[in-house]
Every structure is written in structure tokens, then in C-alpha cells.
Ligand binder design. Structure first.
Ligand code: G16
Length: 543
């Protein structure tokens, strides 16, 4: 066993995006690429001497090889202990929980989330802090700065750790503790939700389909839904995690989870459907014959969370990312609690959760979670829905309609223009940005622009300022559109166009979504000209 210092050179482009560093798998597998990023991470957090870290990933191609390299580097850098999920697998929320449960100093999560996996697809690495949450911008910037000057990394030459063997092993002086990836997480879920009540729901014939999309949630969902809650065997489909996710695109939205959508919209559909993504932090929920937008799901969960034991004391506050619809704000107002608006990225919720200002958070990008961990949590959202359904004993469609009757409806959709040339996408953003100050007061498509800005966020806890977080065009009456560039892609640029229109009701609550949004869609094209500038006939993905 030899402790080596390997000379290296900076590699361009190792800048973490919305959620860690995501690149093509072949890029991560190229010489020194992973090692440079890991050593830079260790250096940027003040070294790992004597520290304990959690390590796991979503099981995608290269997950196990990368985990072996990281362990050898952690040992060479003096780490005291690494807690690793069996098979080097952990869902993102389970990793967050393990960091908190074991009071670890942080964790490394190997995932490109909802991006496809495989040798020709995507890979990613993310560093999480001692609170269990994604590193804030100050830390990711320090990591990036370090990648630009790195000249060596440390690694121990040794045999592989046996990732399948539960228990303690050693690499030199460093302990490697391989743990069951599911059991601690399942215990946490049992502490938050009324399992006997949900078990009774299933025993009374309630039928569900959970599409794990050949990704990491399979074992978690099978253990919790089928084994502990008594859902029928086969409730979980695509439940075996595969390195290439079986060729599926593990992004739980109506486009990519179309098998689930077809079943839920078909004859004899189950009562409730759900899907999760590559690393288990996203969720899509579907009722029989009805799709719920993530923004509506967040609002209903916030309004009904008190029905679950873990939230019976009420919510301290809620938070949503800026592009997420304002539906949850209306619930917060009714509950008399604050609703915070943050930039896109779960990392922005961390301070609010740590400071006890919010209990539940959510994003339009199919993420919902609470203060039980510091990541969004797909299965948690599904279980909270199940707990609510068990308490209310009403179909999903009734709950949703009742919600809209009470609060009004925020019609909402996101149009994605993917894989655009970067300069073309930046030109679209730039052109709209320069016009922002001139727009207020303009009448377009029968609506008047009330305000237009480039969203900036001042963190109420640490005062940090995050600028340029999306262009907002706000109309009088609550309609708006938002334009921003995705920070999670690995090819070209993706423009996200977020569209929202509010109807107070009682009339007009059941219009088809794209139809209800037509004036906003037209106004967005007139003002931002995405189709005109890119030559695209329309968006690639509509959610
Ligand atoms: C990540 C972040 C989310 C964010 C989403 C979309 O999700 O964790 O907070 O909303 O990306 O980001 P973008 O619009 O920049 O692509 P995940 O599930 O990919 O980790």
C-alpha cells in the first residue's frame, strides 16, 4: 500500500452547475478528470484530514469505479472514516440523511440525477455539507477556483474495497464502513408518516403504481411500499437499478415517464401513480386520470401536511424556487406563515431549513422535500401523498379540484428548448435582458406588464447575494413568464420558459393547461422570440 502524489494539470470546464459537476461519462473517465475534481473539492473544504464523509451514488455506469478512486484519494488525504452505501449506492435523500444521522463532515454523491446513464451518457459528482445539503455557491466557486490551479493529487495504491460486504474494512488508517442503503432511510420515513394508516389503505384495495425507471429508488420503494406498507407485489415497476437505467431517461415527467402516464390515463387505472428519477430526489405524482403539476403538488402537500404525524405541529414556513408557481404562496397566506422565493437549486433552501424558517420546500422541476433532510426527496413526497390520501379518503382528483375551488388555480407549464448552440441561447437571453427596463406598462396580448427584472436573491440568513437567476416578466393579475438557462445539461444550452396564469375561480378552473396559457405563450414569443431566434418550431419538452 503506497501513498502517491501524482502530478496533474488543470482541466478546463470543471465548474459545478445547478447541482454539482455533470459531464459526459467519457469525460469523467478521461485521464485525471475525476481525480482533479475530487482533490480540488478536498482542498476547497480545507482538506479531509481526520474527517468522516458519506459516499454513494445512483448506481449508474462508472459509479463503482469512481467510488473506489474516491476512497483511495480520501485515505491518501487522511480521512478518518468513509460511510458507503452497499454497492456504492445511495439515493440522494438517503445520503443526505446518513450525513446528518452520523454527524459526518459531508458527503460525495455520484449522480447526474435525471440525465441518462451509461458509457455514452452522463455522470456527475456533487459535494454535500455537514447539514446534509448541497454545497452553497461560495463552496462550489472555491472548488472551481481550485480546479484551475491544481498541480497534484494524492491517492493510495491498494486493492478494491468489497462494496457488497456490510461492515467495516480498512484502507490504511481509514475505516470504510459499508452500510445497508435502505434501512436507515426507511426508519426515517416510518418516523414521519402514519404507516399503519397507509397499510390499512392498501389492505382496503387501494392500488398504486410506482415507476422507479430502472434507477436508484427501486430498492427503497420496494422495501417501503411493498414490504412495509403492504402494497401489492408488482406495485413497483422497473424496480431493479441498472447502470444504463435500462436505456430509460430517468426523468419523472409526462414525457419520459410515459408508460406510467399511459396507465394512469387508461381504463382501470390505479388510484395513484408516481415516478422517481435517477438518484431518487425527484417525484412525479399522478391521480387516476389526472396529472398534477409539481407546483400544484407542492401546494396541496403544504396545505395538508398536518395530516401526517411528522408535521402535525404545523409548518414554520414554506419555500419555492422563483420559477415555481405561486400556488403554494396562497396556501402559506391562508396558514399565516411565510413563503420564501429562492433561485433555482435546492442548495438555496439549506439556510432557510437550518434556521428553522421553513418546513416544506419545492420546485417546479419535480422536487419536493422538508426539513427531515437537506435534499429534495421523491419517495418522501409520495409517502406524504399516501398519508394524506389515507386520512382524507378522497380520490386525488377530488382533492385537487377542492384545492383549486378554495385557492384558485395557477395554470402552469414549462417549455424546454434543448441542445441549442450556447451563443444562440445566450443571445436570446441577452436581447430580452437589455429590454427589461423598458417593458413595464407595455400592453401585450391583452395583458399589461407590471414589472420586469433579472431575479436576484439576498439570502435572509447569511446575506449572500445571488444575481442573474432568471428573467421575469410579470403581468398585472398574477400571470408571468420566466426565462432562464438550465444549469444541469451536458450538451449545448437549454432555454427554459416557465409560464403561469392565475384564475381565481369559481369559473375557468378546468381549462386545458396550454390553452389557458395561450396569451402568456404568445406574449413570451413576441418579447423573447425564442422560436424566431433558434429556428425551432416549438419546445422539445413540455411539462
Ligand atoms: C437540480 C437541482 C434542482 C433544480 C434542477 C433544475 O435537480 O437540484 O434544485 O431545480 O436541477 O435545474 P436546471 O433548471 O438548472 O436544469 P436534479 O434533480 O437534477 O439534481
Amino acid at each position: 500500500m503506497q501513498n502517491l502524489t501524482i502530478s496533474t494539470q488543470p482541466i478546463a470546464g470543471q465548474k459545478p452547475g445547478t447541482s454539482g459537476l455533470r459531464k459526459k461519462t467519457s469525460v469523467f473517465m478521461s485521464r485525471h478528470y475525476l481525480e482533479n475534481f475530487i482533490q480540488s473539492t478536498f482542498d476547497a473544504i480545507g482538506g479531509v484530514q481526520g474527517k468522516s464523509l458519506v459516499l454513494g451514488g445512483d448506481g449508474r455506469y462508472f459509479n463503482d469505479r469512481a467510488a473506489q478512486v474516491i476512497l483511495r484519494m480520501a485515505a491518501a488525504n487522511g480521512a478518518a472514516r468513509m460511510i458507503v452505501g452497499q454497492g456504492a449506492v445511495l439515493s440522494t435523500p438517503a445520503a443526505s440523511h446518513l450525513i446528518r444521522l452520523n454527524r459526518a463532515d459531508g458527503g460525495l454523491i455520484l449522480s447526474a440525477s435525471h440525465n441518462p446513464g451509461g458509457r455514452d451518457a452522463d455522470f456527475g459528482v456533487k459535494y454535500n455539507m455537514a447539514n446534509g445539503g448541497p454545497a452553497p455557491e461560495a463552496v462550489t466557486e472555491a472548488i472551481f477556483a481550485r480546479t484551475q490551479v491544481i498541480d497534484s493529487y494524492r491517492v493510495i495504491e491498494t486493492v478494491d474495497v468489497d462494496f457488497m460486504k456490510i461492515g467495516a474494512q480498512q484502507i490504511g488508517k481509514m475505516e470504510v464502513l459499508v452500510v445497508d442503503p435502505v434501512s436507515d432511510y426507511a426508519r426515517l420515513m416510518e418516523s414521519l408518516f402514519d404507516f399503519p394508516k397507509i397499510r390499512a389503505l392498501f389492505a382496503n384495495g387501494f392500488r398504486m403504481r410506482f415507476d422507479a425507471m430502472c434507477a436508484v429508488t427501486g430498492p427503497y420503494a420496494t422495501e417501503i411500499l411493498e414490504n412495509r406498507l403492504g402494497a401489492a407485489k408488482g406495485t413497483v415497476t422497473h424496480g431493479t437499478p441498472l447502470p444504463d437505467f435500462g436505456g430509460m431517461h430517468p426523468d419523472p415527467n409526462p414525457t419520459w415517464a410515459h408508460e406510467l402516464m399511459d396507465e394512469m390515463m387508461g381504463a382501470d387505472a390505479p388510484d395513484f401513480g408516481a415516478a422517481s428519477d435517477g438518484d431518487g430526489d425527484r417525484n412525479m405524482v399522478v391521480g387516476r386520470g389526472i396529472y398534477l403539476s409539481p407546483s400544484d403538488s407542492l401546494a396541496v402537500l403544504a396545505g395538508n401536511a398536518h395530516l401526517a404525524p411528522g408535521y402535525r405541529a404545523g409548518l414554520k414556513g414554506v419555500a419555492r424556487s422563483m420559477p415555481t408557481s405561486a400556488a403554494v404562496d396562497r396556501v402559506a397566506a391562508a396558514l399565516g406563515i411565510a413563503s420564501h422565493e429562492t433561485p433555482t437549486g435546492w442548495k438555496f433552501f439549506g439556510n432557510l431549513l437550518d434556521a428553522g424558517k421553513v418546513t416544506i420546500c419545492g420546485e417546479e422541476s419535480f422536487g419536493t422535500g422538508s426539513d427531515h433532510v437537506r435534499e429534495k426527496d421523491g419517495l418522501w413526497a409520495v409517502l406524504l401523498w399516501l398519508n394524506i390520501l389515507a386520512e382524507r379518503n378522497e380520490p386525488v382528483v377530488e382533492i385537487l379540484n377542492g384545492h383549486w375551488r378554495r385557492f384558485g388555480r395557477n395554470y402552469y407549464s414549462r417549455h424546454d428548448y434543448e441542445a441549442l448552440p450556447i451563443d444562440q441561447a445566450e443571445a436570446v437571453m441577452g436581447a430580452l435582458r437589455t429590454r427589461l427596463t423598458m417593458l413595464p406598462g407595455t400592453r401585450i396580448e391583452g395583458m399589461i406588464i407590471a414589472a420586469a427584472d433579472d431575479f436576484a436573491y439576498s439570502d435572509p440568513v447569511d446575506g449572500s447575494l445571488s444575481k442573474s437567476q432568471g428573467l421575469r416578466i410579470l403581468f398585472e393579475g398574477g400571470s408571468r413568464f420566466v426565462l432562464r438557462l438550465s444549469g444541469t445539461g451536458t450538451e449545448g444550452a437549454t432555454i427554459r420558459l416557465y409560464l403561469e396564469s392565475y384564475v381565481a375561480g369559481p369559473e375557468g378552473l378546468d381549462v386545458e393547461v396550454q390553452e389557458a396559457l395561450t396569451p402568456v405563450i404568445r406574449a413570451a414569443e413576441a418579447l423573447a422570440g425564442i422560436r424566431a431566434a433558434t429556428g425551432r418550431a416549438g419546445p422539445d419538452v413540455v411539462t
